[in-house]
Design a protein around this ligand. Structure first.
Ligand code: ATP
Ligand code: FE
Length: 373
C-alpha cells in the first residue's frame, strides 16, 4: 500500500498537538485496571480503507464494534483510491455508529467522549472521521480527542486477556509502517528502528501483486506460502548482518520478481516464491526483535498491525525463548475502531480537557511526538 503523500496540502498543526495531549493533568500511573471514573468512549477509525466504529467502557471493556472494509471497492484499481475511500467513509460512519450503539444497548446520550483517528493516513479519509467525530461531540456537548492511528495499533494487544504490562518492545507491522518501539507506558514511545523503504505490509502487497494476486495481497501470499516447498529458493535477510534495528524490504520484492521471471511461472513456483519471501521477512523481523529485546532488556514483545495476523510470523516469534509475546486478536490486527476507542479511553483524562471546537488532521504524525496522558 502506498504511503499517502498529502502532507503538502495541509499545514502541520502545532496547535493540534497542544490541544490533543498536552492539556491533560492526569498524573496517575497507568494500569489497565485503574482507569478511574467510568467513561464510555466512542471510537472512529477512518484513516484508510476501513471504517471502524466501537464503544469502549472504562469499567466494562469493549461493548461493541463494527467494521466496514472497502477492499472490494479498491481491489479493481489494485490499491486504495483516496477520493473513493473518503466518500465511502461518509456513507458508512453514521450508520455504523447507530449499529454499535444498538449492539451495546445505548443511546447517543450515553456516550461520554469521542476518540477519532487524526493521523497518520489519507488526509480526506481522516477528515471524514474527524469532522463527524467532532461535530457529534459538539452536538452532544462531550469532549472529542484526536488519536494517533499507530498508537491505536500499538495499544490494541492491551484489549486482550492476558494483556501485556509495561514496559515492552512493540513491533508494529502494517501497510504503511514497520516500527520497533521501546514502550514504557502510554505515550512514552522511543523509536528503536524502522523501515528505510517499504513497510512490511507494503512489501507483502507488492510481491503478491507481481505474482498476480489480488489487492491487498498480504493474506493471499501468506495462504499461497502454505503450499510452498521449503528452501527451494532462499531470499536474503536484509540488513541483518550489520548492527542496528532498521529494516529494508524493497530489495526482497525485486528479488522475488527476478526469481519469478527465472521460473516457468507455475502455481508451484508461485507458492515456493511466496514461502521464500515470507520466510525471509519473518526471520528478518525475528532477528531484529531479539536485538531490540536484548538492547532494552525487556522480556515482553508486543506485535500489532495488519501483518501481525501472519501465522508464520506468530509461530516464529512464539518460539523465542524467555520472551512473552502478545498480539491483538485476528480481527483487530488490521484497522478497527476498537483500538481507537481504547486509545481514547487510555487518554480519557486528556479527553476531558478538550473544549476546542476546531480540528485538523495529520497525514504524517510520528509516534515519538506523543506524550503521556
Ligand atoms: P498503517 O497502519 O501503517 O497506516 P494500514 O492501516 O493500511 O497501514 P493495516 O490495516 O494495519 O495497515 O494492515 C494492512 C496490511 O497488512 C496490508 O499490507 C496487508 O496485506 C497486510 N496483511 C494482512 N494480513 C496479512 C497476513 N496474514 N500476512 C501478511 N500480511 C498481511
Ligand atoms: Fe493501520
Amino acid at each position: 500500500m502506498e504511503t499517502p503523500n498529502c502532507t503538502k496540502y495541509l499545514p502541520e498543526s502545532k496547535q493540534l498537538n497542544h490541544f490533543i495531549y498536552k492539556k491533560g493533568h492526569n498524573t496517575h500511573v497507568y494500569s489497565q485496571y485503574s482507569l478511574g471514573k467510568k467513561m464510555r468512549v466512542l471510537g472512529i477509525e477512518s484513516s484508510c480503507d476501513e471504517t471502524g466504529i466501537a464503544i469502549y467502557d472504562t469499567e466494562k471493556g469493549l461493548l461493541a464494534h463494527r467494521l466496514f472494509s472497502q477492499i472490494a471497492m479498491h481491489a479493481e484499481y489494485g490499491g486504495v483510491v483516496p477520493e473513493l475511500a473518503s466518500r465511502d467513509h461518509i456513507r458508512k460512519t453514521l450508520p455504523l455508529i447507530e449499529e454499535v450503539l444498538s449492539e451495546a444497548g445505548l443511546s447517543r446520550s450515553d456516550i461520554d467522549g469521542i476518540a477519532y483517528t487524526a493521523g497518520p493516513g489519507l488526509a480526506g479519509a481522516l477528515l471524514v472521521g474527524a469532522a463527524i467525530g467532532r461535530s457529534l461531540a459538539w452536538a452532544l456537548n462531550i469532549p472529542a480527542l484526536a488519536i494517533n492511528h499507530m498508537e491505536g495499533h500499538l495499544l490494541s494487544p492491551l484489549l486482550e486477556t492476558p494483556s501485556p504490562a509495561f514496559p515492552f518492545v512493540s513491533l508494529l507491522v502494517s501497510g504503511g509502517h514497520t516500527l520497533l518501539v521501546d514502550v514504557k507506558g502510554v505515550g512514552q514511545y522511543e523509536l528503536l528502528g524502522e523501515s528505510i523503504d517499504d513497510a512490511v505490509g507494503e512489501a507483502f502487497d507488492k510481491t503478491a501483486k507481481l505474482l498476480g494476486m489480488d489487492y491487498p495481497g498480504g493474506p493471499y501470499l501468506a495462504a499461497k506460502a502454505e503450499q510452498g516447498i521449503a528452501d527451494r529458493f532462499v531470499f536474503p535477510r536484509p540488513m541483518t548482518n550489520r548492527p542496528g534495528l532498521d529494516f529494508s524490504f524493497s530489495g526482497l520484492k525485486t528479488f522475488a520478481m527476478n526469481t519469478w521471471l527465472d521460473t516457468k511461472q507455475t502455481e508451484q513456483d508461485k507458492a515456493d516464491i511466496a514461502l521464500a519471501f515470507q520466510t525471509a521477512v519473518v526471520e528478518t523481523l525475528a532477528i531484529k526483535c531479539k536485538r531490540a529485546l536484548k538492547q532494552t532488556g525487556h522480556k515482553r514483545l508486543v506485535v500489532a498491525g495488519g501483518v501481525s495476523a501472519n501465522k508464520a510470523l506468530r509461530h516464529k516469534l512464539d518460539s523465542m525463548k524467555g520472551v512473552e509475546v502478545f498480539y491483538p486478536r485476528q480481527a483487530f490486527c488490521s484497522d478497527n475502531g476498537a483500538m481507537i476507542a481504547f486509545a481514547g479511553a487510555m487518554r480519557h483524562e486528556a479527553m476531558k480537557h478538550q473544549d476546542v471546537p476546531s480540528f485538523t488532521v495529520r497525514p504524517r504524525w510520528p509516534l515519538n511526538e506523543l506524550s503521556p496522558p
